[in-house]
Each structure stands twice: as structure tokens, then as C-alpha cells.
Design a binder for this molecule. Structure first.
Ligand SMILES: Cc1cc2nc3c(=O)[nH]c(=O)nc-3n(C[C@H](O)[C@H](O)[C@H](O)COP(=O)(O)OP(=O)(O)OC[C@H]3O[C@@H](n4cnc5c(N)ncnc54)[C@H](O)[C@@H]3O)c2cc1C
Length: 504
């Protein structure tokens, strides 16, 4: 029997693992709620409900092909054991996942179990992240090869195959399509009140919402993407808003890329103004970045908790916070910093589960630089709030915005300047600070100028150490983008600065 372990690939179209499993015979879908996947400080009920909803919609489609899907509540290995005893020969299929450290440890346990039990586990690439990549230089070539291939069509399931009846006792789960949505939530022990608080903006039908976003983005919303993506007010409309669907694999990156190319082709063949094409070029870059970032965590899973450049490792306090740090972190989390744009962004994020790139970067820069808090503490809070939480993007981005990679320019965002640039009429800020938390200078939790200067000095001083450049070269070799490499190398080495390698 073929078991498809459904993870972050909750779709029929362009799903290689599902396709292969269907070709080889009887298919059974399993979804694991194992605590290693779900009970970690970066995970929240918001993620769980979105994923369960996506799974629910997929299982409704799969049951039409007689493919049942079960949710496994307890230990995943125990379930695999039971199935193996009952069904004899098993093959496990899934996509290759670059998850958080905990889900990676579950993967390792499953791998070991498969070896011990002579079960084949077929894992297929989905995020265009290259497993076992030896040389970063080859990355772009491999990226293009994968994107250039055709998408996998919806799988063809053999209707004549008889699916063995799996007894409840084996899986401790009813089939999902037999359950109504509310019963499913009950089965997964999700409290309706918590659900309301965490997911009040969850659309009723996720697939429909995704299709609407996809169509409206390429037809009209993308026109001013490049110029409007940084303003929290305009980005809401101008950005694609597809990230949670990519994270949960309801949409494959290759499908999205092909949609983009098709739109560009149409535009090129007509007389259009260049704005839209420029916007689409910016969008295309970001689809590269998505994979480029996840590749970093794939190569070095420790980036979830260890600084990319080791010199920054003990600069901030990663262990138990002292009372002052705890106090500052809580004010930041509760949107009570006294800086109007910071607080508005946090309130908006809490409510919607999304915010644009620039404001994410600013929130992190403020916590890491002005409040001098370790990025793991603020990062866990943001991860729980982001509906699109993707560990491979999130942790390297947290490090980049905190200045700990050693290969990126140190950027400290000034929330007052951002307010003037990105929300000049204070429309967003007023709307998302409804309770009138004081926003005068004396209510600010930190002195902006002094804290910025102090952070800058601390971060730059480390760059002057003897070992810095050699270690930065190593980081660049393992993780750096090769785009524009040559011109940068020339420029930097001729000016003879401390650091010769910098990526965008
Ligand atoms: C501190 C921090 C944490 C982040 N954490 C996440 C995360 O957990 N999950 C996540 O999907 N994105 C994350 N991002 C990147 C980016 O902010 C989001 O991808 C983007 O805001 C999602 O909205 P969108 O789908 O409308 O993006 P669009 O602008 O429409 O872009 C389309 C897609 O491109 C990819 N993308 C866009 N910008 C980036 C980027 N800078 N780096 C890598 N990929 C990018 C995403 O997959 C996105 O869905 C983070 C950024 C920062 C600064």
C-alpha cells in the first residue's frame, strides 16, 4: 500500500509525490499532528487551523477518487508501525520538507523507522530547494532546470483498486471527509473561542480565495507592485498575498512561476506601459528569493537558533531574559512601544496574520537593535502570528534584519522616518492604533537616537575583528547569492574595506 504523508503539499496539481503514489496503486493519505510538528514555540493555533482547513478541502477532492485521508493525532511512528503490521508492504511518499528543527527531528525518526522496517520513503522536491547541494554556484542552474519542467497534472487514480478498510483502532481517526468541519475541529481539540480569536480573518473557502488572489493579482493588482509594496496601506492590495498558500503547498512555486511567465508574455506582445512589466520583474526576483532563503536553512538547520556569522553569537542575550528584557519584549508584543508605526503594524499583524516585507523588517530591526533583544525571542512571536510562517524564509530573514549574517549590509530602520515615508497621512497608523496608546516622546519605551547609535557601534565593532572577514567568506561560500557577484567583488576589493563579500 502507498501512504502519502501529507505535509505542506495540500494540493492535487503539480504534486509529484501524490502523482507517483497514484501510479503505483492503492493510496492512503495521512496527516500527522505529532507534537514534534505542532507543539513548538514557533507554532500557533492560527497555523493549525489554516492547515487543517486546507487539508479538509483537499480530502473532499481526494475522496472523489476513493482516496481516504486520516488525521493521526498521536505518535506518528506508532501509527506507521500499526499500518505495517496490518498491511505488510508499505511505501511512504511525501515532499522534501525544509521545516523547523523539531519537524526535521521527526523526519529523522521516520527515516530510521523506514530503514529498520525495510520501508521505502520516496521524497520529492517541491520548493525548488536542492537537497544535498554541494556547491552554491550551481544553485541558479538547478533552479532554472526545475522551473523549466512541466507541472505535474492532477494524478490519475485507478478506480478498480480496492482500498483495504482501515479500522479505527489502527489509526485512532475517522476519515476526514466523513467529518464535518466543526467535528474535525473538535476531533483536533481546537477550542472554538481560541479559533475565533486566532483566525477571525480566515476565508470560508481557501481554494476559492487563492484562485481569486491569483487571478486578480496578475490581471490588475500587480501593476504598481514595485512602487507600492513598501507601504503597509498600499501593499495590502498591491502584493500578491499568496504566501500562506505557498507555505501550505496549496499552490506550487512552479505553478506560480509559470503563471507569471504567461502574464509577461501576454504583456510583451501588447503595447503596455512598462510599469506593469517592471513590477512583474520585481515579483519574479522574489520568487527566486523564496527558494534562495529556504536553501539556507536546508543547508544549515541550526540557523533557527544559531547566528549565521559566529562572531555575533553572544552579542545579545539568547537565554532566559532578565526582567528589563522581558518587560521590553512584552511591550513590543502588546503594541505598546510608544512608536505609532511599530504599534500599528503589530496590531494589524495580530488581526490579519500578514504584513508586508518592509514593515516586517522594521518590526524586527526595532526589537533587535533598539531594544537589543535576541532575534530568537522576537522571531518566535512573529512566527506564531505570520499565517505564512515558513521556517526557511523566516529565520534567515530574522538574522538578516538583526545584522547577524555577516554578509549583508547592516540596516537599522528608523520607525519615525518610515512613518513619514510609508504612511505620510497617518491613515494606516491611526486606523491600527484604535485605543489611543500614548504616542508622545515621553511614552516611548526607548530613546531612538541613542539606542540606534549604540546598536550600530556594537554591530560594526565586531566587523573589525581579525577573524571576521575569513568567517564571512565561509558564510558567503555556503549561503550567499551569486547574483551580481563579480561586480560587487571588484568594487569591494578595490576599495579595500574590511569585508570583501556582500550579498543583497
Ligand atoms: C523578518 C521577516 C520574516 C519573514 N518571514 C516570512 C515567512 O515566514 N514566510 C514567508 O513566506 N515570507 C516571509 N518573509 C518574506 C516576505 O515578507 C513575505 O514573503 C511577503 O511579505 C509575503 O507576502 P506576499 O505573498 O504578498 O508577497 P509578494 O510580495 O507578493 O511576493 C510573492 C512571494 O515571493 C516570496 N517572497 C517575497 N518577498 C520575499 C523575501 N524578501 N524573501 C523571501 N521570499 C520572498 C514569498 O513566497 C511571497 O509569497 C519574511 C520577511 C521578513 C523581513
Amino acid at each position: 500500500m502507498n501512504i502519502v504523508w501529507l505535509k505542506n503539499d495540500l494540493r492535487l496539481y503539480d504534486n509529484e509525490a501524490l502523482n507517483l503514489a497514484a501510479k503505483d496503486g492503492v493510496v492512503l493519505g495521512l496527516f500527522s499532528l505529532d507534537e514534534l510538528r505542532w507543539n513548538t514555540p514557533d507554532r500557533s493555533i492560527r497555523h493549525k487551523v489554516f492547515t487543517l482547513r486546507a487539508l479538509y478541502e483537499l480530502s473532499k477532492q481526494l475522496i472523489k477518487f476513493k482516496v481516504p485521508v486520516y488525521i493521526i493525532k498521536g505518535n506518528f511512528i506508532t501509527t506507521l508501525d500499526r499500518l505495517k503490521k496490518e498491511c505488510g508492504v508499505l511505501t511512504l511518499y511525501s515532499h522534501q520538507e525544509t521545516g523547523n528543527f523539531s519537524s526535521y527531528s521527526l523526519d529523522k525518526k521516520v527515516r530510521k523507522w523506514c530503514e529498520l522496517n525495510q520501508v521505502k520513503w520516496v521524497e520529492k522536491r517541491q520548493n525548488n530547494v536542492i537537497r544535498g547541494l554541494k556547491k552554491r554556484d550551481l544553485w541558479s542552474k538547478k533552479w532554472n532546470e526545475f522551473m523549466g519542467k512541466d507541472c505535474f497534472k492532477q494524478p490519475h487514480f485507478d478506480y478498480n483498486v480496492v482500498i483495504p478498510e482501515i479500522r479505527n483502532s489502527q489509526l485512532s481517526s475517522p476519515k476526514i471527509p466523513d467529518l464535518e468541519w466543526n467535528d474535525l475541529l473538535k476531533f483536533c481539540a481546537i477550542d472554538p473561542l481560541a479559533l475565533d480569536l486566532a483566525c477571525n480573518s480566515l476565508p470560508v473557502n481557501l481554494n476559492k480565495r487563492m484562485d481569486t488572489l491569483l487571478t486578480s493579482f496578475f490581471r490588475e493588482r500587480c501593476v504598481n507592485y514595485r512602487t507600492e509594496m513598501s507601504s503597509p496601506l498600499k501593499a495590502e492590495y498591491a502584493c500578491s498575498r499568496l504566501s500562506p498558500f505557498l507555505t501550505n503547498g496549496m499552490l506550487s512555486i512552479r505553478t506560480l512561476y509559470k503563471e507569471l511567465l504567461a502574464t509577461k508574455d501576454v504583456l510583451k506582445s501588447t503595447e503596455v506601459d512598462q510599469t506593469q512589466l517592471n513590477s512583474l520583474r520585481s515579483f519574479e526576483k522574489r520568487l527566486h528569493w523564496r527558494c534562495h532563503f529556504i536553501q539556507k536553512l536546508e543547508f544549515e538547520p541550526q540557523l533557527e537558533y544559531r547566528c549565521m556569522h559566529i562572531n555575533y553569537e553572544h552579542v545579545r542575550n539568547q537565554k532566559t531574559l532578565n526582567a528589563q528584557e522581558e518587560y521590553l519584549l512584552n511591550l513590543w508584543k502588546e503594541a505598546k512601544t510608544g512608536f505609532p508605526l511599530i504599534d500599528a503594524c503589530m496590531n494589524y499583524l495580530k488581526m490579519t496574520g500578514w504584513i508586508n516585507f518592509r514593515m516586517r523588517a522594521m518590526l524586527v530591526s526595532f526589537a533587535s537593535n533598539n531594544l537589543w533583544l535576541h532575534w530568537t525571542h522576537s522571531g518566535e512571536h512573529l512566527a506564531r502570528l505570520f499565517l505564512d510562517y515558513e521556517p526557511g524564509i523566516h529565520w534567515p530573514q530574522m538574522q538578516m534584519q538583526s545584522g547577524t549574517t555577516g554578509i549583508n549590509t547592516i540596516r537599522i530602520y528608523n520607525p519615525e522616518k518610515q512613518l513619514v515615508d510609508q504612511d505620510p497621512n497617518q491613515e494606516f497608523t491611526t486606523r491600527w492604533n484604535p485605543n489611543g496608546w500614548p504616542h508622545s516622546k515621553i511614552d516611548q519605551i526607548v530613546d531612538l537616537k541613542n539606542s540606534t547609535q549604540s546598536a550600530r557601534e556594537r554591530l560594526w565593532t565586531l566587523r573589525k575583528s581579525k577573524t571576521f572577514v575569513d568567517l564571512a567568506k565561509k558564510v558567503y561560500h555556503e549561503h550567499g547569492s551569486r547574483m551580481r557577484q563579480n561586480s560587487r567583488l571588484k568594487r569591494r576589493s578595490s576599495s579595500n574595506t574590511q569585508l570583501t563579500l556582500l550579498e543583497e
